[in-house]
Design a protein around this ligand. Structure first.
Ligand SMILES: Nc1ncnc2c1ncn2[C@@H]1O[C@H](COP(=O)(O)OP(=O)(O)OP(=O)(O)O)[C@@H](O)[C@H]1O
Length: 294
């Protein structure tokens, strides 16, 4: 990382009484990056994020945000937008009033109508928060990340409860924020979203990193998979294959392209149909499953 990192965590430790929840965790997030902090339940993601956001004090280690302590609220707070799992807007306020409140609390400037339009709540501007649907509330939560285009944005499970259109709209808005230079820290249990969008991933387990790196660095440790089914009359396969529980063939390989080429050549030469053929690199889901099996 060439310039000063936006987030710099050095040997962070967090304990609750005698329970050591986060153990010697170190990582950095550079300007403009989308960093996904993922992990198993109870891994320590929320504890780590709360420390970076300035809500929790480290037991030991250092955390710097824009070069400041995250507890230096005046220096740091206006520069970051935090979309929590529930922002807790007052049910008695309208949507417009809630968005205005975000402006006051964040000390950033923006046009309320612009923010309403990005989170697609213009038509609900006069509606009370108590009368919003779950997905609409989630979009209002997202307004905290959008208002004033903060330099650093935390998205905690941002798409939970959103339909596919709202998810796409949220990611479009995130892409625009990134084009404007925002740095994003994402937590999600939708691993596909992280796989598609993250520049780097910190995969936590039991208070520490199980792995950290780009998606391909994380997935290349496990073999890719080729799956298909065959008619009973098919001749012997050209490659060693296992049968999965559904009776489909599974070839696990670190040479996906070559093995796929060999398989397709064999199928063509023998006029065999590879039914429901799927081939692809390891998914993050598989990396997660491998943690459980250790
Ligand atoms: N206030 C607290 N007091 C005691 N233990 C806590 C407290 N908060 C969290 N813990 C424990 O610390 C560990 C890490 O919790 P944390 O909420 O950071 O995990 P997480 O990775 O966010 O988990 P999840 O994916 O389940 O939300 C867990 O074992 C949790 O039970």
């Amino acid at each position: 990382m060439t310039s000063t990192p936006v987030i710099d965590v050095e040997r962070l430790n967090l304990s609750y009484g005698d329970f050591h929840a986060v153990k010697d965790l170190s990582f950095q997030v550079g300007k403009g990056e989308l960093y996904a902090l993922l992990g198993t339940n109870g891994a320590g993601k929320t504890s780590t994020l709360e420390t970076i956001e300035g809500h929790r004090k480290a037991t030991s280690g250092t955390v710097r945000v824009f070069g400041h302590s995250p507890r230096d609220r005046r220096a740091v707070r206006p520069r970051m937008g935090i979309m929590l799992q529930e922002s807790g807007f007052s049910p008695d306020l309208t949507v417009r009033e809630s968005v205005r409140l975000i402006g006051k609390l964040s000390q950033r400037t923006d046009r309320v109508e612009r923010v309403l339009s990005i989170v697609d709540l213009t038509h609900k501007a006069g509606t009370l928060v108590s009368q919003l649907s779950g997905g609409e509330k989630r979009r209002l939560d997202f307004a905290t990340a959008v208002y004033g285009s903060p330099e650093l944005i935390f998205l905690d499970e941002p798409t939970t409860g959103l339909d596919i259109q709202s998810r796409d709209a949220l990611w479009d808005a995130v892409d625009k924020l990134r084009e404007d230079g925002s740095t994003i820290v994402l937590t999600t249990h939708y691993l596909e979203e992280a796989q598609q969008r993250a520049d780097r991933i910190g995969l936590m387990h039991k208070g520490t990193f199980h792995q950290e790196g780009t998606v391909s660095e994380l997935t290349r440790t496990l073999p890719a998979a080729i799956r298909f089914s065959l008619p009973a009359s098919a001749p012997a396969l050209p490659l060693p294959a296992a049968r999965d529980s559904g009776g489909d063939f599974l070839i696990e390989t670190f040479g996906l392209q070559n093995d796929l080429y060999a398989l397709l050549g064999w199928a063509h030469a023998n006029a065999v149909e590879l039914r429901e053929l799927q081939a692809g690199p390891t998914r993050l889901d598989d990396v997660f499953r491998s943690i459980g099996s250790e």
